[in-house]
Design a protein around this ligand. Structure first.
Ligand SMILES: [Zn+2]
Length: 363
């Protein structure tokens, strides 16, 4: 998630557990610990390798005690603040752990088991950015600090517990819907993911691959039974066409195999990360990899604005669109236009290709 959310959650933990002992600076330690794993961005910059290694070692359980110790250093240096140090160290550990947990709950993939395993854990429970959640927590932390009442920090942590529990429940509901959707279409799903869309947990991007295709739909899961706005199907690239370099293989693994060939630019081949799309039920990827003929690879930004109207997006989120139908009505009928939407080949020039897109770099 974004650094502000990490800082606020860390601050709430510290204020609840250390607020009495360190009334003035507990939340600062918590915020520092909460943000610390994202320090890797400063070391790796905005290159492709940086994207592929973000949420790497600094997000691992193995380095958690070290990260917590580093955050505590400023308090160790001053004799006046060397009190309740073991408690403070425990709080710093919890702050770093909260970061690992929150990142694991998003879709980006976090290497919590490094160096024992390079597996990226992505539970897909919550959006990478959720302003309403973040603002609510900021309000509760401010109340805890301003009124000097620790119970507000406790309320903030209870809100977090409810939020992530809701994400887990919603994920289960939408995943069940995706299974039913593929079965209704008579398709064998090789691998599927469902991810909440920006800032909410009721509209989800459903993405799965069959032997031949990648399929994206929007699923809306509110109080009633989930409904589906059928989306887009694109042919899956043949395995023999995948990039064979070490970076290419890393990119494939990083994207969980959801990659799409996205045209060429000056002879270089563009591969898109199909997990993220500006169009929930289509393929308007945010970023990808540009692979030169000599095997050099770099990060490239692919889409930065919607190919369809904001009104359409609003309707998809809040349900005034006719596109949503009950699962039982989603027969094997035609999905949206086959192929990648128009504008597909609007690839920015290489000198713009390092700019960040948010989704690919969010803490
Ligand atoms: Zn992070």
């Amino acid at each position: 998630m974004d650094p502000i959310t990490h800082a606020v959650v860390g601050g709430l933990i510290a204020q609840a557990l250390l607020g009495r002992q360190w009334p003035r600076s507990a939340w600062v330690l918590g915020a520092l610990a909460g943000m610390s794993p994202d320090l890797d961005i400063f070391f790796t910059g905005h290159s492709l390798i940086a994207s592929l290694f973000h949420r790497g070692p600094t997000h691992s359980i193995a380095l958690l005690p070290v990260m917590a110790g580093l955050c505590l250093l400023p308090w160790l240096l001053r004799a006046a603040t060397r009190t309740h140090l073991w408690r403070a160290y425990g709080v710093a550990m919890l702050g770093v752990a909260s970061h690992l947990f929150i990142d694991t709950c998003t879709s980006f993939g976090t290497m919590v088991y490094w160096p024992f395993s390079p597996t990226r854990v992505a539970l897909d429970w919550v959006p990478i950015v959720d302003p309403i959640f973040t603002l609510s927590l900021i309000g509760l932390l401010c109340a805890a600090l301003w009124r000097k009442q620790l119970r507000w920090a406790g309320v903030g942590l209870a809100v977090c517990a409810l939020y992530f529990s809701l994400g887990a429940i919603q994920h289960e509901r939408v995943m069940t819907s995706q299974t039913a959707l593929a079965a209704t279409r008579g398709e064998v799903r090789e691998h599927g993911r469902v991810t909440p869309t920006f800032g909410n947990m009721w509209v989800w991007r459903s993405l799965y691959r069959t032997q031949d295709d990648l399929v994206a739909d929007a699923v809306r899961a509110t109080w009633s039974a989930p409904q589906v706005a059928e989306g887009t199907r694109v042919p899956r690239p043949a395995a023999s066409t995948y990039p064979t370099t070490a970076t290419g293989a890393l990119f494939l693994k990083f994207t969980d195999g959801f990659v799409l060939p996205y045209g060429t630019q000056d002879g270089a081949q563009i591969w898109a990360d199909a997990r993220y799309s500006l169009d929930t039920r289509g393929f308007v990827p945010l970023w990808g990899m540009r692979m030169d003929v000599d095997g050099r690879a770099q990060r490239i930004t692919l889409a930065s604005r919607l190919g369809h109207s904001l009104w359409e997006t609003w309707c998809l989120q809040f349900g005034t669109t006719q596109a949503y139908r009950p699962l039982t009505e989603c027969l094997s009928g035609p999905l949206g236009p086959a192929g990648v939407p128009s504008g597909h080949h609007n690839i920015p020039s290489p000198h713009n290709s390092h700019s960040d897109t948010g989704a690919a770099h969010s803490g």
